[in-house]
Write a protein that binds this ligand. Structure first.
Ligand SMILES: [Zn+2]
Length: 292
């Protein structure tokens, strides 16, 4: 009797960047509506998704292990159990990749949103999921999310999912935060802040020898729509104009320098190139890589 598969294989994919290995780890995906888009009509956004064979706003959620100079970092932790049951798989997939979470010495964040930082801590036990890791992020992130005045300005969902979830998730790491403003934060990994989506939203350039990979964080949430229409923002961008300006800078750099890119919301594993197309851009998926 042939057994039909009942579940997907773990979402793990390795990519070499010179001497560094970057492993994409899937957290799963989140489905959402189009009402959260700004600077575009819902019908137009739906048409772009339909043209690209995307029936819904399906948001992939990715994290990345970075093996560099004999050390191991994890960039992002996924959504834990705060959002939808289709996501929250980073810890399981880190283990599926053969990695003991205790071996991770640094967790890097692009920003403190629940699909990025809500996998830091097991709220059932209050214990760190990455017990030996320092927590590395832009100084503007905790400054913003721990600001009670800012929290009071948010709606109920933002207060609960962005401010309170962020605070409780990073709290067990509080004696091991390493805050930066820019620069090399891990061997071969340089923080390039691109604020707007959040005040400390940061992209990371991974460089080794002549090879580079730009991990662009949340430069896009709906890749098909926002590459074609870079002005399209999300309702939950802290500063939409700044987010759009940052997106244009990242896009211009990626296309001009022909960079290999990936991101937290590109369809897994997300490695791609960005090219100019009409008045916008489009992504070309990377080819499969062996580890030879
Ligand atoms: Zn996100």
């Amino acid at each position: 009797m042939i057994q039909v598969p009942q579940q997907q294989v773990p979402g793990v994919y390795h990519r070499r960047v010179g001497d560094i290995v970057v492993t994409a780890i899937s957290d799963g995906f989140l489905d959402g509506n189009l009402e959260v888009l700004r600077n575009i009509g819902e019908d137009e956004a739906r048409q772009i998704l339909t043209d690209n064979f995307r029936p819904a706003r399906r948001t992939a959620v990715n994290a990345f292990l970075i093996y560099s100079a004999g050390r191991l970092a994890l960039l992002e932790t996924g959504s834990g159990n705060y959002l939808q049951p289709t996501a929250g798989k980073v810890l399981a997939n880190v283990r599926a990749a053969g990695v003991d979470p205790a071996a991770i010495e640094a967790v890097l964040l692009t920003h403190m949103h629940p699909d990025h930082s809500a996998g830091l801590t097991d709220m059932g036990t209050g214990q760190r999921n990455y017990p030996n890791a320092e927590l590395v992020m832009h100084a503007n992130e905790p400054a913003h999310w721990f600001d009670d005045t800012r929290m009071a300005q948010g709606n109920e969902r933002e207060k609960k999912l962005f401010f309170q979830a962020g605070r409780e998730q990073v709290a067990p790491y509080k004696d091991r935060w390493r805050l930066f403003t820019q620069g090399e934060v891990f061997p071969g990994v340089t923080a390039i802040p691109r604020p707007g989506h959040t005040p400390g939203h940061t992209t990371y350039m991974v460089s080794s020898g002549k090879e580079q990979l730009l991990i662009w964080g949340d430069t896009v949430h709906v890749p098909e729509v926002q590459t074609a229409r870079p002005e399209v923002c999300m309702d939950f961008d802290t500063d939409k104009d700044m987010a759009a300006a940052s997106r244009r800078k990242v896009f211009d750099m990626a296309a001009t320098d022909r960079l290999l890119v990936t991101g937290m919301h590109l369809h897994f594993p997300g490695f791609a190139h960005l090219v100019r197309s009409g008045t916008g851009y489009r992504l070309i998926s990377g080819a499969w890589e062996t580890m030879l």
